[in-house]
Design a protein around this ligand. Structure first.
Ligand code: C5P
Length: 252
């Protein structure tokens, strides 16, 4: 079952809209990530720790974020033999990680082993999200890998595999979210990166959408990084993002 991301209790001083946002903490060191959060008390409670920050900060950064009562999404995109991935899922559960990514390309046995490890975890049960086709890959890159395309078709097929294997949801671009929602049903969680509020820099994201477009396409949660962390006025960017999400969700 899916949480209601905007329950009445989820409001707080941050604004209910930001409960739909995972802030991508793509900082080089834990010190920088924690300093940014300390400077911006209205930052989302949900934070995403990716490969760079985890490789630099290790479990200590997760523990520091948990001590601030944040919900941690550990985006390690696990892809290995089933037993190894299941062990990593158990280790993440012991760390108190609430969301964790695994690669759909690891195959059904790996996905099922991960889902079983998460379901059996004592304490926090990490909710698993499948990564389907990386947004850095296009049809030509799939062809070079001898993988059938086109990209949207591959995304939907792998999303279905993730659902059948017992994962909570997938990471999908706004362009793919509507089809995934249609194929995988209302309870399947869709987390959408590549979100840029109107008027902000595109950076290296190719398939972008505004927060309202992503939510309209079926996203439950948005991943937002540089549009907040590199904004000239992050507090203003946070307030505008919260307002845009609240306006969109108020009418849906
Ligand atoms: O700064 P920006 O908002 O582009 O950050 C996007 C975040 O989402 C990064 O942490 C990136 O790793 C992640 N992500 C992505 N595209 C995907 C999956 C994850 O941009 N398909």
């Amino acid at each position: 079952m899916k949480d209601n991301p905007i329950s009445p209790a989820a409001g707080s001083a941050r604004g209910a809209g930001l409960e739909r946002v995972f802030l991508a903490l793509d900082f080089a060191t834990p010190a920088r990530a924690l300093a940014w959060l300390a400077e911006h008390p209205r930052a989302p409670r949900r934070v995403k720790v990716g490969l760079e920050l985890f490789t630099s900060g290790g479990p200590a950064i997760i523990q520091a974020l948990n001590a601030q009562e944040r919900s941690v999404f550990l985006d390690l995109k696990l892809h290995d033999i089933p037993q190894t991935v299941a062990g990593a899922v158990r280790a993440a559960a012991r760390l108190g990680v609430e969301w964790l990514t695994v690669h759909a390309a690891g195959g059904e046995r790996m996905l099922r082993a991960a889902a079983e490890a998460a379901a059996e975890a004592g304490g926090v049960r990490p909710r698993l999200l499948g990564v389907t086709v990386l947004t850095s890959l296009d049809d030509a890159a799939l062809a070079r890998l001898d993988l059938p395309g086109p990209v949207p078709e591959r995304v939907v097929r792998w999303a279905r595999l993730c659902r059948e294997a017992g994962l909570a949801g997938v990471v999908a671009s706004a362009q793919e979210a509507a089809r995934v929602r249609q194929e995988c049903g209302p309870d399947f969680v869709i987390v959408t990166p590549g979100v840029r509020p109107a008027g902000t820099a595109k950076n290296d994201q190719a398939r972008i959408a505004t927060p309202a477009e992503a939510l309209r396409a079926g996203a439950d949660y948005l991943v937002v990084g540089r549009a907040l962390t590199a904004a000239p006025d992050p507090d203003r960017a946070l307030a505008e993002l919260a307002a845009e999400i609240e306006n969109k969700t108020a009418i849906s």
